[in-house]
Design a protein around this ligand. Structure first.
Ligand code: BTN
Length: 238
């Protein structure tokens, strides 16, 4: 199909229930964050979207990206020891991106009518499968673990963890085990990063994720800043 997330959003508008999952063997128009393309070749990787109709305040919805990243980490880390979470919604292994998450919300007054969480996980792809401009920046489970993975078993494991983490998040927020898991496996911790803040670019040192899912970072003059959204770029010298 073109994109599991686009398809699922249409289904959601026609009443598809909480927990509906759409999986594609290939996407012809896979979408990443900020209008980027998600490279989605046939049958090698996982491309799927999950429909949530959670009873969350609007302000909590962006945290679902981190919750999804934590669930993915829990499902995969035993097999892939170097796995880390990059705020706000990626998984990295040995400095390369292995999974991306795109959570898109349909607002309804003070709540989210629904949220579509789209996940792309590089599973059996080899470096040559990626376009030249991504070489050296991305990796896959097979490349990191030295063996291929059966996609449906892997998806089942991820969905089980996803259900556990979303249920826990709706009950108690990030506080407790989810926040702890993220901070223990936080790719940016202690690293020098650049953040876009409005028109400004700020260079700072990432510290941790707080209980609201904000990125806490220390500026060169020692001030602590909290970022609720944005993209963090790793500075080369970090
Ligand atoms: C990112 O930019 O890192 C997020 C990538 C999300 C890609 C997934 S693949 C399944 C779902 N369908 C899409 O079109 N995008 C998401």
């Amino acid at each position: 199909m073109d994109s599991t997330s686009l398809y699922l959003r249409q289904q959601a508008r026609h009443g598809a229930p909480h927990g509906t999952v759409v999986v594609a063997g290939q996407q012809l128009a896979g979408r990443g964050r900020r209008g980027r393309q998600w490279h989605s070749p046939a049958a090698e990787n996982l491309y799927f979207s999950i429909l949530l109709r959670p009873s969350l305040e609007l302000a909590q919805v962006p945290q679902l990206s981190l919750v999804s990243a934590a669930a993915l980490w829990q499902a995969l880390a035993a097999e892939c020891p170097g796995l880390l979470i990059k705020w706000p919604n990626d998984l990295y292994c040995r400095g390369r991106k292995i999974a991306g998450i795109l959570a898109e919300m349909q607002p309804d007054k003070t709540r989210a009518a629904f949220v579509v969480v789209g996940i792309g996980l590089n599973v059996n792809a080899v470096p040559a499968d990626f376009p030249a401009e991504l070489q050296g920046q991305v990796t896959s489970l097979a490349y990191e673990c030295g063996r291929n993975f059966e996609l449906s078993g892997l998806l089942e494991r991820i969905l089980q963890e996803f259900a556990v983490f979303v249920e826990r998040f709706c009950r108690q927020g990030l506080a407790g085990s989810i926040q702890t898991l993220i901070n223990r496996n936080f790719f940016l911790a202690g690293k020098v990063i650049s953040m876009c803040w409005g028109e400004q670019k700020i260079t700072c040192r990432a510290r941790a994720i707080d209980v609201s899912g904000q990125l806490l970072a220390i500026t060169p003059d020692g001030r602590e800043m909290a970022f609720s959204a944005g993209e963090a770029w790793l500075e080369k010298r970090a």
